[in-house]
Design a protein. Structure first.
Length: 331
């Protein structure tokens, strides 16, 4: 394993223990976790600590909400990546349509019964939407829908066809399938700020944001490589570099390490320009940049320690930890 360097300091919320306890109870109470292996694997992943690392300045209630979002996102990701659901475009499309209806209006009422993942999303969206403006809600909903749709159409079709995407295609789509734009949006909820649209879409801010997103996604790819290889998953930058450049695994890992270092330099340069050019916007700008930095550092710290990607049972048999009806829309 390579040793990825990170220039940002370690930080963790003092509310980490409460978040750990809360997210386990929430996932159980929303029926996202039922089986023994599913609960065991969930607890070893330590999503409460992850949230405490990447949103270290959030208050206790908000940190609980962040941890719950992580639980939901990662459990959905398991369904798409590890099991049969992610290889059935029809089932995925049905689930995505339902989630889009939920995100369309925080007051939306849907006919019961809903699959557990939709019930949990209703709860998350109710607790999140009231904290933000309509503009932020539309942006977040678009990012989450694009995350789910890209996983449904792009990743799903690649799996069905046995296709290995190009490096350029993968890098762009990975920002969506990794839900990292979604998680970066949540910085604003955690910090109680909102980035004005004209600044969010400005080239220098997008450069900083995309660099931070790439670093988080590629670090995840490094640490999840063994698990994904065992499942035959090709959507991993290390695997794609190895495949298309004709390299050995250790050589591909080194290439990705170099790429992460270069993206860190891009982020630092963009951050310097933003702070120089927008000093009058310090409240939202400093909070959002600080959130990106803690995301890059916190994700690395969590990835080094979490048992989510550890080899061996029950991870070797997805059927032992995937809940069969977590996402299926019931008749």
């Amino acid at each position: 394993m390579i040793d990825i360097a990170c220039p940002f300091p370690f930080s963790v919320s003092p509310y980490a223990p409460q978040a750990r306890e809360h997210v386990t109870i929430w996932a159980r109470d929303t029926n996202l976790l039922r089986g023994h292996h599913a609960r065991e694997r969930f607890e070893r992943a330590d999503f409460g600590w992850f949230a405490a690392l990447v949103y270290p300045t959030a208050d206790a209630e908000t940190l609980n909400l962040m941890a719950d979002w992580f639980a939901w996102l990662f459990l959905v990701d398991d369904q798409l990546d590890d099991g049969d659901f992610g290889r059935s475009p029809e089932r995925m499309a049905q689930a995505v349509r339902l989630m889009g209806r939920i995100l369309g209006d925080p007051a939306t009422r849907l006919d019961a019964p809903l699959p557990p993942v939709a019930d949990a999303l209703v709860d998350l969206w109710h607790r999140t939407a009231g904290r933000a403006s309509p503009t932020w809600r539309r942006r977040f909903a678009d990012h989450l829908e694009r995350c789910l749709t890209t996983a449904t159409v792009w990743e799903g079709e690649n799996r069905v066809c046995g296709a290995v995407p190009s490096e350029d295609s993968y890098i762009v789509n990975r920002r969506h399938t990794g839900a990292i734009y979604v998680c970066m949006d949540l910085i604003e909820i955690a910090e109680g700020v909102e980035i004005p649209t004209e600044h969010y879409t400005a080239p220098t801010f997008r450069t900083a944001l995309d660099a931070a997103c790439d670093i988080v996604c590629w670090v995840n790819d490094v640490y999840s490589l063994s698990k994904e290889r065992s499942l035959g998953e090709v959507h991993n930058l290390v695997y794609i570099v190895e495949h298309h450049r004709g390299l050995q695994e250790h050589q591909a890992l080194k290439e990705v390490e170099v790429a992460i270092s270069k993206r860190t330099e891009v982020f630092l340069a963009a951050q310097e320009r933003l702070l120089h050019d927008h000093s009058e916007d310090a409240p939202w700008l400093r909070s959002s940049l600080a959130g990106m930095r803690t995301w890059m550092r916190g994700n690395l710290d969590w990835s080094r320690r979490t048992q989510r990607y550890a080899p061996g049972p029950p991870e070797g048999d997805p059927g032992s930890y995937l809940e069969a009806d977590l996402m299926d829309v019931r008749p």
